[in-house]
Design a protein around this ligand. Structure first.
Ligand SMILES: C[S@@+](CC[C@H](N)C(=O)[O-])C[C@H]1O[C@@H](n2cnc3c(N)ncnc32)[C@H](O)[C@@H]1O
Length: 240
C-alpha cells in the first residue's frame, strides 16, 4: 500500500441535502432484497465458530474489516469478547481465511477470540438482525467514502440496509478521513435512533487499521464518531 494518499474531494460542502428524505424513506420501507446463498453459508459458519469457541462471549462486529488487522487488534483489546471480521473481498481476507481453515495449527498472531467471514455486509447484517443477535460493539472503520454527490446511497448511512445495521445495537464507532462522511453518519444515527453523537477529530496512539496507518502517514486529519445505541442506553434516554 502506498504511503501517500489524498483526502476525498467532493463538491459537497456539508451534509447531503437529500439525506434526511432518504433516511425517512428507508425507515418507512424495510429493505427486502433476498440474501445470497454464499452470504448465508458464511454467516452460518461464522455463527457456528462463535458458539463453539466462545459461546458466552459478547459479540463485536468489525464491519468491512479489510485484511482483518483491526479484528485481531480488537480481539486483543477485548479478550472477554468474540470478534467477527466481515469483508466481501476474498483477496483482502485470504490470509485470515487460510489461517482459520488451518485450525490444527493456528498462527501465533491469531488470538482464539476472533473469526472471519467473507461476506457482503448488506446481507450479513440482516442475517444477524433476523437471528435476534445484538452486538456489544460495532466498528465501521474507514468505509469507502463515495464522495460524489450522486453517490449518497452508496455510503453506508445512505444505503437501505442502514436501519438494520442500527438494529444490531451496541457501541457503534465510525472512523474516516472525510469529515462530511462522519458528520452524515452522526446525523443518520440521530435521526433513526434518537442517540446524539458527534464527529470529532482524533489522533490514534497506534493505527488500528491499514487505512488508518496510510492516512496518518499522509498527514490527513482523522475523524470518528461513537454512538451508544445499546437498548438499555436508549431506554434510559427515553425514560428521562
Ligand atoms: C477502504 S477499505 C477499509 C478496510 C479496513 N477497515 C481498513 O480500515 O483498513 C473498505 C473495505 O470495505 C469493504 N467493503 C465494501 N463494501 C462492502 C460490503 N458491501 N460488504 C463487505 N465489505 C465491503 C471492502 O472490501 C474494503 O475492504
Amino acid at each position: 500500500m502506498q504511503a501517500k494518499s489524498r483526502v476525498p474531494e467532493s463538491a459537497q460542502e456539508g451534509i447531503h441535502r437529500h439525506l434526511a428524505a432518504l433516511l425517512e424513506r428507508h425507515r418507512r420501507a424495510p429493505f427486502r432484497k433476498p440474501c445470497a446463498d454464499y452470504n448465508r453459508a458464511a454467516f452460518a459458519e461464522s455463527m457456528e465458530r462463535w458458539r463453539r469457541v466462545a459461546p458466552d462471549a459478547p459479540l463485536i462486529l468489525d464491519a468491512c474489516c479489510g485484511n482483518g488487522e483491526s479484528s485481531l487488534a480488537l480481539a486483543a483489546l477485548f479478550p472477554g469478547h468474540y470478534v467477527i471480521g466481515v469483508d466481501r473481498s476474498e483477496f483482502r481476507l485470504r490470509r485470515r481465511l487460510a489461517a482459520q481453515a488451518a485450525r490444527s495449527a493456528p498462527p501465533p498472531d491469531c488470538p482464539p477470540n476472533v473469526g472471519f467471514a467473507r461476506a457482503d455486509l448488506i446481507d450479513y447484517a440482516r442475517l444477524l438482525r433476523d437471528e435476534g443477535i445484538r452486538l456489544a460493539r460495532h466498528y465501521l472503520l474507514y468505509p469507502n467514502p463515495w464522495p460524489k454527490i450522486g453517490h449518497l446511497s452508496r455510503r453506508w448511512h445512505g444505503h437501505p440496509v442502514f436501519p438494520a445495521l442500527l438494529e444490531l445495537g451496541g457501541v457503534l464507532e465510525c472512523r474516516g478521513n472525510w469529515r462530511i462522511y462522519v458528520e452524515e453518519f452522526c446525523f443518520a444515527v440521530h435521526m433513526l435512533t434518537g442517540c446524539e453523537t458527534r464527529c470529532e477529530s482524533f489522533v490514534p496512539s497506534a493505527p488500528l487499521t491499514p487505512f488508518e496507518r496510510k492516512y496518518q502517514a499522509s498527514g490527513h486529519t482523522l475523524y470518528r464518531a461513537v454512538a451508544d445505541i445499546s437498548e438499555d442506553r436508549r431506554q434510559r434516554t427515553e425514560d428521562r
